[in-house]
Design a protein around this ligand. Structure first.
Ligand code: 13P
Ligand code: ZN
Length: 280
């Protein structure tokens, strides 16, 4: 048995490949990270090395000090993750200050963790705190239909949440807290990481205008399922808007309130505003 047979590694590789098969990862687009459990670190310990240099993360995440993560590599293709995992992904450890990382496994052909490491780690830090450590997965994907909508819808949390909720009855049950929207920003740095992690205090999904989404969750199934649900709903909205600018009928605020009771979810009223124009 090798490191690639370990269950969390298998789950990571499968999720990356699932994203590739959905068409969300052209070239090196998108990135994935997993906060490894202490008992899982023990399972892979024999494969880790402390030889490489400590590098700056580009931000500070003290709540994640000394934690281990599996992360996709910068410039690596999701298309290759299953075929060549050792080169495409890595395991990193953070230092005691939460300011540096060390690659301890992977990236066999060289390279570094994703350029979105600041966003991934700041999101992990927020989610670790707000979920009592339950959330372990952060996923960035170039979801085609969500991106298309960022050229058409107002870039507001309320409009994106409500429009996507309306497109599939299960949506408000899958993401009852709603979704947030980050206006266009330069990717790969601390500023977009701060903006995204602010939204992650309230939501499990943050849309990056004209770029993609970030999704957060407890495990690989829930996080992939969340991104998949949001993107599917966006696809239905794109199709609907392609046919008409005004919906003839839809799920109304009162319907959502009834759904919330039966499915035992709390749907914030700010997303259930009355529309006056009959369309969006
Ligand atoms: P990386 O190849 O550095 O992960 O970047 C891909 C990406 O999607 C940037 O937003
Ligand atoms: Zn991206």
């Amino acid at each position: 048995m090798g490191i690639l047979d370990v269950k969390f590694v298998q789950g990571f590789l499968r999720m990356a490949n699932d994203g590739w098969e959905q068409g969300w990862h052209e070239r090196n687009g998108g990135n994935l990270s997993y906060r490894i459990k202490p008992e899982e670190v023990e399972e892979v310990k024999e494969y880790l090395s402390e030889d490489q240099t400590w590098e700056p993360i580009g931000t500070c995440v003290p709540e994640l000090a000394n934690e281990y993560f599996m992360v996709t590599g910068s410039g690596k293709y999701f298309r290759n993750v299953m075929l060549d995992p050792e080169d495409s992904v890595c395991i990193i450890k953070l230092d005691a200050s939460g300011e540096k990382y060390q690659v301890q496994w992977g990236l066999s052909g060289g390279g570094r963790p994703t350029s979105e490491l600041p966003s991934h780690l700041m999101n992990h830090e927020v989610k670790k705190q707000t979920t009592d450590g339950r959330y372990r997965v952060i996923y960035h994907a170039h979801t085609t239909n969500v991106i298309a909508l960022t050229f058409v819808l107002p870039l507001s949390d309320e409009v994106f949440t409500r429009e996507l909720w309306e497109m599939a009855t299960e949506c408000p049950v899958v993401f009852p807290d709603g979704i947030g929207v980050v206006p266009w920003m330069v990717p790969g740095g601390r500023d977009i990481a701060i903006a995204t992690s602010e939204l992650m205090k309230k939501y499990d999904v943050a849309v990056w205008a004209h770029h993609g989404i970030f999704a957060a969750g407890e495990d690989f199934d829930l996080t992939f399922g969340l991104a998949h649900t949001v993107e599917k709903s966006a696809e239905i909205l794109v199709k609907t808007l392609s046919m008409t600018s005004a919906k003839r009928q839809t799920i109304e605020p009162e319907n959502f309130r009834n759904l919330a009771v039966d499915f035992k979810v709390t749907l914030p009223e700010k997303f259930l505003y009355e529309k006056t124009d009959g369309g969006l």
